[in-house]
Design a protein around this ligand. Structure first.
Ligand SMILES: C[S@@+](CC[C@H](N)C(=O)[O-])C[C@H]1O[C@@H](n2cnc3c(N)ncnc32)[C@H](O)[C@@H]1O
Length: 242
């Protein structure tokens, strides 16, 4: 997989992309991530990327030209690959259509199903908005899909892009050390995960449920299933309905 991020704050990504599982996934060659400074694509000599909205009103909007330039440049790199050009974006894979995603509070709310679907794409281009958002023509012409990370408004699309990247990179086969981690976790089969305990077996008068110390794996499995169902019923009955 390749992910291109278009942002006016490229430095925000450095700490997140260079730690933990996201870093390991890149080192293992499971994903390539490129961060593009939107200002590099501005036709303006002051590298301006925003302007006042037509019709008046508060705040500034992101102009369409730099965003169109950035997306078209990234896509043209990928078609150069197909013509045998110098840039090999897909490491020999058949070219798959790039999916252009705008991070936006008005988009589809991110959940595990969406992350699972996006993790199957070969190429994602993520556009991080700012100010009052982007010129509507970006939505109309460039964007395949809009993703929100929840019903609240953030100052920019960088944190949502990082959330999305984290959620889908761990789903790429071979990224997590133990592939069973993905089979038993919340939202798998529309359930929340059962409770976990580790050592010590007794901590400040709180004991680990006896069944987990029994060594009887069949009974432990049944207990966990029951706990997962009860927890889901209590906290997220909407999941059980589906
Ligand atoms: C201040 S917000 C713009 C909000 C816009 N004026 C509105 O009311 O829908 C600036 C940018 O932050 C990002 N953003 C804010 N909240 C978000 C959310 N919940 N999910 C995804 N992106 C978000 C988007 O990229 C957005 O363009």
């Amino acid at each position: 997989m390749r992910i291109d991020i278009i942002t006016i704050f490229p430095k925000m990504f450095e700490p997140v992309l260079n730690e933990s599982i996201i870093k390991r996934a890149q080192n293992k060659g499971k994903v390539k991530i490129f961060v593009h400074n939107l200002r590099d694509y501005s036709p303006d000599k002051h590298r301006k990327v925003d302007d006042r909205p037509f019709g008046g009103g508060s705040g500034m909007l992101m102009r369409p030209e730099p965003i169109f330039n950035a997306v078209e440049h990234i896509k043209s790199q990928s078609s150069a690959t197909m013509r045998g050009g110098p840039v090999n974006l897909f490491g020999g894979h058949k070219l798959t259509k790039s999916q252009v995603i705008l991070l936006c509070p008005q988009g589809k709310r991110l959940d595990q199903k969406i992350a699972t679907r996006l993790a199957k794409h070969k190429h994602l281009i993520l556009i991080c908005g700012h100010y009052e958002g982007v010129d509507e023509r970006v939505r109309q012409e460039l964007v395949d899909e809009e993703i929100s990370i929840g019903d609240y408004v953030l100052t920019g699309g960088e944190l949502p892009a990082m959330v999305l990247i984290d959620a889908l990179i761990r789903l790429i086969p071979g990224v997590l050390g133990d592939k069973n981690s993905l089979n038993f976790e919340s939202f798998k089969g529309n359930l929340l995960e059962y409770p976990h305990y580790t050592r010590p077996a007794k901590f400040r008068n709180m004991r680990v449920p006896q069944i987990l110390l029994s060594g009887d794996h069949k009974k432990i499995e049944v207990w966990r299933r029951k706990e997962a169902l009860e927890r889901t019923k209590l906290r997220r009955p909407d999941l059980l309905k589906s």
